[in-house]
Design a protein around this ligand. Structure first.
Ligand SMILES: *Cc1c(COP(=O)(O)O)cnc(C)c1O
Length: 465
């Protein structure tokens, strides 16, 4: 399988190349040259497989010749063996036709583990085959950093540095990052906010000399390998609810649009999906777009669902590219206007076509707390604030008579303060994290200055030289 950039100005790469490159060199996002399609018979044959086995089969066409299928199967088995539930991604009924797809049984209690645990193995495999190393640098507002650190800690050919905004992540989120003690992990608390951290990372990537000197790489959700690893759980859930012989709807609590895009990809591959429900908190850029073709940037406001506090949904560019008929010239034009004006000029016909498949939903913090309380009272189910928004969205927009899969993206224990407000108690952390508050933390502080961070990363990479 070859991958092309949504902006048409970067070389084609295979899966291994896309994994290591992340962003395309023209600023675009890599997309598979075509979507693999499974026939109904092929899909039915996947029903009931153990999750790791199903994941390897669904991902195989995206990986193509880059990794032999036996190696891929072994990596999937070992990536998901550490999950705290035998089904890896259990589907739990919480109402009539409403099913929570629990994606939070991995080591850091959020869905990002599904992709990143596997990515750790994929990176190691590809780097070994090429006899190369990489230095991963990322910025996090919470969940991505810990999931990336858990996935990469102790890996011989990888160094990882994660920047977080000092004092601006939740304590659970910070401790999940900083209590990891491994030679190849560096945590830096930056005196600034999340946008400052992200700007530092961008500046490091923009410095070509530095980039090649330390072999900089990224694991953010614009990496197509992460999207590919998120498709199988939608396939598994839909099959369990009768697909391909019955359609489903899918509701996804959304930030960068990566997880929704993976659901949409499952439909490209042959899963019948009647509706995609895009669930947001007060940061509702996608909801405004779907309601009135208004994709315009506003400031980020903090909410009880911090992993969805975004200004721009980067992965939307992939959907745009598809709905523009895979026209990279038009995609480049729309994205350039968006960058220059803060408003995305999506042609009306394209907006209408997207609206036939997608609907947007937004929920305030107050209503999110009420939804958590209601779901607990009526169904006995404890949903974290992100999942609660997905559940409310499913109730508002789930098509009558069709089962709705709601992506349950985080474990409620990850957001104890919000849970205490909603249901008057703090859900306990699972056993593997029970002593999180007693563990020692390892991190350094740094000023909001990218050259300072560049120096630290360089020293870290050369620490054994
Ligand atoms: C990252 C995250 C999201 C948003 O996912 P995207 O793929 O960026 O849309 C939602 N919920 C939780 C708990 C997350 O960690």
């Amino acid at each position: 399988m070859d991958y092309v950039s949504t902006r048409g100005g970067a070389e084609k790469l295979d899966f291994a190349g896309v994994l290591l490159a992340g962003l395309a060199s023209d600023g675009g996002l890599y997309m598979p040259e075509s979507w693999p399609v499974f026939s109904k018979t092929e899909l039915r044959a996947l029903r009931g497989l153990p999750y790791a086995e199903l994941a390897a089969r669904v991902m195989a066409p995206f990986i193509g010749d880059a990794i032999p299928s036996v190696a891929l199967q072994a990596m999937c088995r070992s990536a998901y063996a550490g999950f705290a539930h035998p089904a890896v991604v259990p589907l739990v009924q919480v109402g009539t036709g409403c099913f929570a797809l629990e994606l939070f049984h991995g080591p850091t209690l959020a869905f990002k583990d599904l992709a990143l645990q596997l990515a750790g193995h994929l990176f190691e495999y590809v780097l070994k085959a090429r006899d190369e190393r990489v230095c991963i640098v990322g910025a996090t507002s919470g969940d991505t950093g810990s999931a990336a650190i858990e996935a990469m800690a102790g890996r011989a050919r990888i160094d990882i540095t994660i920047l977080h905004p000092e004092g601006k992540t939740s304590e659970v989120q910070r401790r999940q990052m900083t209590t990891m003690r491994a030679d190849n992990v560096m945590n830096i608390a930056v005196e600034g906010n999340f946008d400052d951290c992200q700007d530092i990372v961008k500046a490091l990537f923009a410095d070509g000399a530095f980039r090649s000197e330390v072999k900089l790489s990224a694991v953010n959700s614009i990496n197509f390998a992460r999207i590919a690893a998120q498709i199988p759980y939608y396939v598994a859930a839909a099959l369990a609810l009768g697909a391909p012989d019955a359609p489903v709807a899918i509701s996804v609590p959304t930030g960068n649009f990566g997880n929704v895009l993976a659901a949409w990809a499952a439909s490209r591959m042959g899963i019948p999906v009647q509706k995609f429900i895009v669930a947001s908190n007060r940061n509702d850029i996608l909801v405004r777009f779907l309601a009135g073709n208004d994709m315009s940037i506003q400031g980020v406001a903090p909410s009880l669902s911090p992993s969805m506090d975004i200004q721009v949904s980067s992965n939307f560019e992939r959907l745009l590219f598809e709905f523009l008929g895979r026209n990279d010239e038009k995609t480049r034009y729309v994205m350039a206007s968006f960058r220059d004006t803060g408003k995305m000029p999506v042609p009306d016909t394209v907006w209408r076509a997207i609206r036939r498949e997608f609907v947007g939903f937004t929920l305030s913090d107050k209503a999110t707390l009420a939804e958590i309380a209601r779901t607990y009272r009526e169904a006995g189910y404890l949903a974290d604030p992100h999942t609660a928004i997905g559940l409310a969205a499913a109730r508002a927009f789930g098509p009558v008579g069709t089962n709705v899969i709601v992506a349950a993206t985080a474990h409620p224990a990850k957001f104890p303060d919000a849970m205490a407000q909603a249901v008057d108690f703090r859900p306990p952390l699972p056993p593997h994290l029970a002593d999180l508050y007693e563990r020692d933390e390892y991190f350094t502080r740094a000023p909001n200055d990218w050259t300072n961070i560049a120096g630290r990363v360089r020293n870290f990479v050369n620490r054994n030289a």
